[in-house]
Structure formats: structure tokens, C-alpha cells
Design a protein around this ligand. Sequence first.
Ligand SMILES: [Zn+2]
Length: 658
Amino acid sequence: MKPPGWTLIAAGVFWVLPSTASGTEEGCSTAGRFSSSRNASASIGDPGIDVSYYRLDLHVDHVNGTLRGDVRVAASVVADTLHAVTLDLSASMTVDSVRLGQTRPVFVRLPTGFTVQLPTPHTRGEHLTLDIAYHGAPASTGFGSFVFSSALEGPWVWSLSQPYGARDWWPCKDHPLDKADSVDILVTCASGLKVGSNGRLVSVRDNGDGTTTHTWTERYPIATYLVSVAIAPYAEFSNWFKYGPQDSMEVLNYVLPHHLELAQSTLPRTVDMLEVFSRLYGPYPFLNEKYGHSEFGRGGAMEHQTMTSTTTFDEDVIAHELAHQWFGDLITCRTWQDLWLNEGFATYSESLYREARYGGDQYRALIRNRMHDAMNARGSLFVQDTSSVPELFARSRVYSKGASVLHMLRHVMGDTLFFKAIRAYAGDPRFRYGTASTSDFQSVCESYYGRSLGFFFTQWVYGENYPRYTLRWTAQTEGTSFLIDAMLEQETGTTNPSAFVMPVDLRFSAAGQETTVVVWNSQNPEQFTVPLPFRPERAEVDPDQWILREVIDPGPVLPTTAALAQNFPNPFNNGTSIRIQIPHRTHVTLSVHNVLGQRIETLVDGVVDPGTHEYQWTPGVALQDPGTVPDRPVASGVYYCRLATDGAFLTRSMIFIR
Ligand SMILES: [Zn+2]
């Protein structure tokens, strides 16, 4: 029997249900969901208004590092009666005046904003427009907010507001939940500079006084943290994404002139990525405007709507930020606790682009790398404390574990239903150009899967850690075939959950023969009976790494000698797996050396149990988003893996291509 919705994974793979299976499934849990209102850093936004429009008229003085602005906020009233409006603005900026139509209402400065007292109460459905004049030297919080710097060729000014930095340079309702329908961005700065921003560049006006005003208009809904400017004496080049026989969209790139050649070597691949992601997720969401990149100085990259800001031209990073245009910009995480809906999807999209362009091995290589990193994730994927920006953006959690969770969901749902669900989620009018929560995404997946995915989200999104599996088995002759008695155990190191419910691949093999069965593992420990036409010599748990897990002991068939297998993949340009075989419990050293014999990294130095063990070597992970920590750069070349144990001294060479 197969539970509905489960599909065959590959030829030679079949389903086995445990004889004791109760089919237990937990409903969708709300455990672990907290209100973000207890968090001082995250504005809860004024719940009395719904912002429809912002107009930012900014005068940027790069010599003095100051900003003067006039910001218009248009909103409708969503409270029964509204007496005052509170907007976010950091203390480093001085509010010069507030106007409401022809009136100048009283305003009260708060530590991170200001409250405007309305002369007469407004009622639900009424519209109001506030004009705020302000100035100051913007504070730099989080990943930069608004930074004055210089490049080789001249002044270099840029913004990066995620998550709480928009208020450092402009007054707004700084919460992802309230997207404006449109935004106009006018930037007046020294002539000779270019300004990259959201939407379309509609005018560049020379003011005749050494300054120029650049006007950008964004006519798609946008969250405050995605509004950006990047200013420098940029060189410019464009590519064109032809999305229909007669239709094309500009991919506009602003880069520092001395990086032009470098940028032109990889950024044109954006067009191919637009094709791949449009196929997977539906049409690029901002076709009437553009996509593009502005070079900025933060390190990494940031998915500003229709124009990513980036420091690197790395292919994975370009793919990551482009995927954010669907997951982050088109559909924005409703709260910062749901950040994995942005970062997990963008990180997973790097692997999907590799799969589409270079094949399954490249997909696997990258996702294995991510899973290895995801083992370091602390706390639940659904971020419970969003007050610390580095904690919120911890790479191993919202990026690597987020991507790993989507990889696992793909295995649970099967390719066809998984990709249908992802595309339906990206196209869902309830979330497009708006926001979505984790439970929204879960419900879309369930509508395709045909049954609850509560067990999956409860343990992987709201729970912690991952399973460490142990499989013990024996084979008995049964006429001309064999009956395998297998006992699967797991430990999780947490009570949340105390055991993971998952489909688990078990692969049994002997010389020239191999069978993979998928067991529905819902108890711990759990016994399975598997009929096989041959006597297996070896059993593996989740050999294709569809689960974020460790495997402690692959079976009772113990090796008789120490062995070091060739790493896989090889050559490699991300992570590679190194498998060793140890005959008895003993001290083991597994290390990586360069051609000079110098030790680059120690993978194991300690006592290891008998059996087969697999380790990952990750020479370095490219920077991508703020908050990621660069690993040590390791150059391309030949490296040696050495296994030392009990007098055995084994070496394999590996080729790393950066
Ligand atoms: Zn990202």
C-alpha cells in the first residue's frame, strides 16, 4: 500500500510500510509562534494606517555625509477612529516640519520615530497625506542602512536597510507587512554620478548648480526595506531578457568602471537565470520595469526590488538575489520570524539553477554543502527572537537549513507535486505583491499534497535539530529470497521533536545488486521487514542525502580493514564528501593537506566507532547576503586527504576548482 500522494522515486525503489504503522500524523502546530511586538528593534508599524504611497525627495551631500529629505506618506485609515499617526525615524535624523494638507500638526519626537497629532480625528476609509521635512547624518545600523564611502573613481553612497534600517534614512512605517503600492524616489546629488534605484528611471535633470536630480518610479508594491539607492560614477551596461516573441526587458547594470570587465564576464548570465526561474516560478514579477544590479560596498548582496545591490559577481549569488525577486520581493515574509521564506527559497534556488543548467550532480553537491552547514543551526527555523540582526540572519539557520527544508520537502512531496506547489505559491493572488507566512506556504503545499504536512513543518520549521540514525539489520533465507529485519533508531538531542517523522531511504546492496526501499518512519525505534531477492552485504540509511541527518552506524556488517574512499564529487567546487571505513573503535585522524604537505583542515581527530563514516570538506563558501561569514579562501588546486589510524596511513588526492 502507498499513502496517497507518494510517488515512486526511481526505478527499483519501492515503498515499505512498517507492520506496526499507525499512520500517525500531527496536525499543524502553532507551537513556537510568538508575536514580534515584544521586540524593540522591529517596528510593529502603526496599525491605524495602511500606506499606499511614498515619495522620497532626497538631497545627498557626499562631502559632508548628510542627507536632507522631503518624504510624502499617503495612507488610508484602517482604524475606526484615528487621533494620531506614528512613523518610524531614527533619532539621528531631525524632523524639521510635518504638514497635513495645509495644516501643520503638532508632532512629538520618540526615540525611534515620531507621533503626529491629527487636528481632527480621521475615521476608517479616510485618506491622509503627510509631508515630512527632515535632515541629518543617517545612523548606520544593521548591515549599513545608509553609507557614505568612496570608490577608486569617486564618491560611493549606498543603502542597505534590511531589516530595520529604512527608518535610519527616511520616515516610514517600517514593517514588511505594510507594502506601499508605489514609490517615487528623487535623488539630487553631485553631477557626474549615477543613481541606481527601484523601478524605472524616468528623468535625469541637470539643475545647473553642479547637481543633478534622478527620478525613479516603482509602480509595483514594495516593502520599505527593499527601497534603495546606490550612487557612484558608475559604468553602465545592459542585457535584454526576451520573454516573448515581441517582448523584452532590460537588465541594467551599474558597476564601478574598474570592475566593468569583471562584471561583464558573469552578469550577462542573469538573462539565462531569468529564463530558468520564470519557468520554475512563473513570469518575472516586475516585467514592466526592469531587473539589474548596482555595485555597493557592503560585501555580499541585497535583493533590492528590481535592482539588486551587490559586491560580488559570483554566479550563485546572482542566482540567489534574482530568486529573491519572487521570494522576498514579490512575496515578502509577513514577519521577520518568517524570514526563511525569503532566504531558504533564495538559497535553494541556487541549487535549482545549477540543476537546470549543469545537471543533478551540481544540485547535489551544493545542497550537500548546505545541509552540512545547516547542522550548525541553533534554535528553530521560525526565528523566535528577531531582536538580534546577526542572529536573525545566521547563515546556518535561515539560509542553509531553510534550503535543506525545501530539499527535504521535495523528497516528501515528490518532484511533480513539489514544483507545482512552489509555482502555485509564487502565483497565488493572496500573496503576490503582498506577504505570506509560513502557514500560508504550508497550506499551499498541503493543497497539492492532498493531506496534512503538519508533521513536516512542526518538526523542521518550528522544531530544532535533526535526527541521528542508527540501522541494525539481519537477513534470513526465505525460500529462494531473503527477508531483512531492520531496526531504525534515531536520536535528536532535543524534545522538540524527540523523533522525526520522515520517509527514509534504505539501500541494500551486494555485488552487482542494489535495492532502495523508502520506509515511512513514524516511531522510534521502529522495525521494518523488507523482502529482497538477494542477500545484502551492505545497508545504507538515506544514501542520497534527502534528509538533514547524521548516520551513526550503517549496519552490523563491519569492515575488516581501514579504508579511505575517493571523495565525491571530484573534481569539486563547493563541498565534497569523504567516506572512511573503520574496523574497530579506535583513534582516527582525517585531515586535508595542500601540495606542500601543510595541513589545511582537520576533519576528525578522535575516537571513532567501527563502521563507515562520511565527512564533508567545504573549502570555502562564497559570500552572498549580509550576515554571512566568509570562510577562509582556499585556492583552486590539488589537495590530499589523509587517514591515519592504527598504523594504517592512507592518502587520496582531490581536485578543488574554485
Ligand atoms: Zn538572500
